[in-house]
Ligand binder design. Structure first.
Ligand code: SMO
Length: 774
């Protein structure tokens, strides 16, 4: 008898072509705007042109009279269905968040009224006919305004939205900082940016008559959105069936429904008609919650050999008027020095309210910590005349140093930024570059090489109740087909493919035979969806265990029914093989027939049917590590930055699909390039947004993004089921410091960069022209 090949279906680790691509690339995706229902009406919002002021009166009569207008609603009309808005953490927000402005507007774009009409044209026209009288007040726009200005939300004690860390300086820490042989201090300001998903926000709310509501929603996870609506309206979760078929990006923005989406649901409940609202780009750039806008003063004490002694960070974040979660960003502080050897660290962090759009999450919401740390390390290296790589070798915690506990109380077991850096250096010849750089400078060309490392907390639950365990429910249908309902959700990044790869391999069936559903909350399977770089780890773990349970069940049934030993039963190629003198082969349908229709033939005590479910909760933190390098040339006549090379070296554990992993790294890096060089949501002194189209809000294009090189040589399996690590946000975290360090290296002959972002040509020219070469 031949030794059986027990598993021929290898998919984990394979560059499997994405099963959703044909559909998406041929225009057959189903986004929220593709949903059209009988009797559906369209919504447009009338928004405040004033950043801060009292509403004296609202006149909607002209709008109501426009033919085709069905209703015009203001805050008063929605009172009956005023839900309890929930923050990102599914907790009550720090200040009440109204669906429509009640008697005060808090930012330009604040929704004041909603028009419901037979089409969007009429709705927009009618919204323009609404007149509102405001008593305008001086707005609180910047972080400085917030610290000194009047209250954004009268009735609160101050503009502080959230605070962590210690207000008072710790004398022992101050002593360490002040007596150190070298103290490096940087102040930096990260601009506000827009998440800019290709598909803006959108919702279709369809009441079902029976008191239920189907909500088509562009979101990060239909399960989580259903939970959010359920808690907000205090109705059972099954009341809300959230369907989210295809999503054109989110990056944190659509992590939870917000004012407009919820107002549409409330209005549909009141009117009993299906309503659609699709955010246009102007609304997206002015009224969708935004990201970053942080400032930081970071002080770090070194000895003369470049060892770290102590550090203090003072950090502020502009939360806007109605943030998704009032944020002082504790994660920034948790991860600032999590991978480094130092004795003492403390911080003070405050989030502030202002009369700007609220802050939301953005890919790597704590990313400022890596930017500040890595830029400061390079600056200190230049001053201490230590090679920046040597400085990192000295200060990073290596695999050999672990397990260890950081000063912030973080237990580390298997981070590897130092090992990723060594891997990177095999591909980046620093000595050769320095020669090339010196040669180029002689010709007036300014090349620079930058490095950065980071660790990223992925897949955590870590007490954040919004990030729950994820589930996978596999059914061998009575037809014999394999379907899986998974609580992951694709934003365009291929989880339908990667989860199917995991299930197909573990179950022993062809990839093509597995259909993955993650688009409809009514299919069941609570979970959080696309959050916190967690889906491969949490969702992948659930798929492994559910598939293993299914394989066990099939083997047990086959062995019992066909009178074989369980160890002689194998599933491969989607068929059940029973080894013996004469190999028998059965289909999954044969097993399903018995399991569903003849349960009396099943092993004693086994439940009828062929369904398994596993709910997997990954460890509190699964850390991903990486080191990146990039080479730039700065044109000193124009201030224009050209990226010549970019190499990433990431420890992402076991990869499910290297092509998807690389896509994630590339996407994050493209956004990093945008943050450093181009993007800025700006406001004038009266709180008017001044970048309201993609002519003024500049996204990177294909011409600004190089072809990246990817290394995974330092990867080690994580402690999770499957050994996966998350990779969704990393590029956005490590990309900015890598690029900034390369630019700083290129322009070092002119002095130190002023750390105000984006680093536009005029800003770079200020440095280049301000200080002649010396
Ligand atoms: S920025 Mo995200 O939704 O973890």
């Amino acid at each position: 008898m031949n030794q059986p090949e027990t598993r021929t279906d290898r998919y984990i680790g394979k560059r499997q072509a994405r099963s959703e691509d044909l559909r998406l690339l041929t225009g057959r995706g189903v986004y929220t705007d593709d949903v059209s229902l009988p009797g559906m009406l369209q919504v447009a919002f009338h928004r405040s042109p004033v950043a801060r002021g009292l509403i004296r009166s609202i006149d909607t009569s002209a709008a109501r009279e426009l033919p085709g207008v069905f209703a015009v609603l203001t805050a008063q009309d929605l009172e009956r269905y005023q839900p309890n808005m929930l923050s990102f953490f599914l907790a009550p927000p720090v200040v009440p968040v109204p669906l429509l402005a009640v008697d005060r507007v808090c930012y330009v774009g604040d929704p004041v009224a909603m028009v419901i009409a037979q089409d969007r044209y009429i709705a927009e026209d009618a919204a323009g006919l609404i007149t509102v009288e405001y008593e305008e007040e001086a707005p609180v726009v910047t972080l400085d305004d917030a610290r000194q200005g009047p209250l954004v939300h009268p009735g609160t004690e101050s503009n502080v939205a959230a605070a962590t860390g210690a207000d008072e300086l710790d004398p022992d820490l101050e002593e360490l900082l002040n007596s150190a042989p070298h103290l490096e201090v940087i102040e930096m300001k990260h601009q506000r940016i827009s998440q800019s998903p290709m598909e803006p926000r959108g919702v279709v709310a369809a009441p079902q008559g029976s008191g239920e509501m189907t909500v088509y929603l562009s979101c990060q996870g239909p399960q989580l959105a259903a939970r959010w609506f359920s808690q907000a309206f205090d109705l059972p979760q099954t009341t809300f069936r959230v369907i989210s078929k295809d999503v054109g990006g989110s990056f944190g923005l659509k992590g939870q429904p917000w004012r407009e989406e919820t107002a549409v649901v409330a209005a549909a409940l009141i009117l009993g008609r299906p309503l659609k609202w699709i955010e246009d780009r102007l609304e997206n750039l002015t009224s969708a919650n935004q990201a970053r806008e942080q400032d930081m003063k970071l002080r770090v004490a070194f000895d003369l050999e470049g060892n770290l002694i102590a550090s203090h960070a003072d950090y502020g974040i502009n939360n806007g008027a109605y943030p998704h979660g009032a944020d002082s960003n504790i994660a920034v502080m948790m991860f600032l020095w999590a991978a480094h050897k130092l004795q003492a660290f403390n911080f003070s962090a405050k989030g502030w309210f202002s009369n700007t759009v609220g802050l939301g999450a953005y890919r790597g919401p704590w990313a400022l910590e890596s930017l500040a740390r890595e830029v400061l390390l390079d600056r200190a290296a230049r001053k201490l005349k230590i090679d920046p790589i040597e400085l990192r070798r000295k200060t990073l915690i290596t695999r050999a140093d672990q397990p260890t506990m950081t000063p912030m109380g973080l237990a580390l077991e298997d981070i590897s930024p130092a090992e990723c850096l060594e891997e990177l250096l095999k591909k980046v010849d620093v000595a050769a570059f320095r020669i090339e750089q010196a040669e180029a400078r002689k010709q007036g060309r300014y090349l620079g090489l930058g490095f950065a490392t980071y660790i990223e907390p992925t897949a955590g639950t870590a007490g954040v109740i919004v990030l729950i365990s994820e589930s996978c429910h596999i059914r061998i249908e009575p037809t014999g087909k394999v379907s899986a309902v998974v609580s992951t959700h694709s934003q365009g990044h291929g989880t339908q493919t990667t989860m199917a790869q995991v299930i197909a391999e573990r179950l022993g069936v062809p990839f093509e035979d597995v259909t993955v559903y993650e688009d409809d909350s009514s299919r069941g399977g609570y979970g959080s969806g696309a959050y916190g770089s967690r889906q491969a780890v949490a969702g992948g773990g659930a798929c492994i265990r559910a598939a293993d349970l299914m394989a066990d069940k099939i083997r047990a049934i086959a062995a019992h029914v066909f009178e074989a030993r369980p160890e002689d039963v194998f599933i491969r190629g989607g068929r059940v093989h029973i080894l013996g003198a004469r190999e028998q082969v059965y289909s999954l349908r044969d097993i399903a027939d018995v399991a569903y229709a003849e349960p009396e033939r099943l092993p004693e005590g086994m439940e009828a049917g062929l369904e398994t479910q596993y709910r997997y909760c990954p460890p509190a933190l699964t850390l991903t590590s990486a080191a990146h390098a990039c080479v730039v040339e700065v044109d000193v006549d124009t201030g224009f930055v050209r990226i010549l090379r970019w190499v990433s070296s990431e420890d992402v554990g076991n990869m499910i699909n290297p092509a998807v992993v690389e896509g994630q790294v590339a996407g994050g890096l493209a956004q990093a390039i945008g943050q450093v060089l181009f993007e800025e949501v700006s406001y004038d002194a009266r709180g008017n947004p001044t970048a309201v189209t993609y002519k003024d809000y500049m996204l990177p294009t294909i011409f600004d993004v190089p072809v990246f090189e990817y290394l995974h040589g330092a990867s080690a399996p994580s402690q999770t089921e499957g050994g996966f690590r998350g990779v969704g946000e990393g590029g956005c975290i490590v990309g900015p410091p890598t690029l900034v360090n390369a630019i700083a290296d290129a322009l070092a002959p002119f002095g130190e960069l002023k750390l105000e972002f984006p680093l536009t040509p005029p800003r770079l020219l200020e440095l280049i022209e301000g200080r002649p070469m010396g």
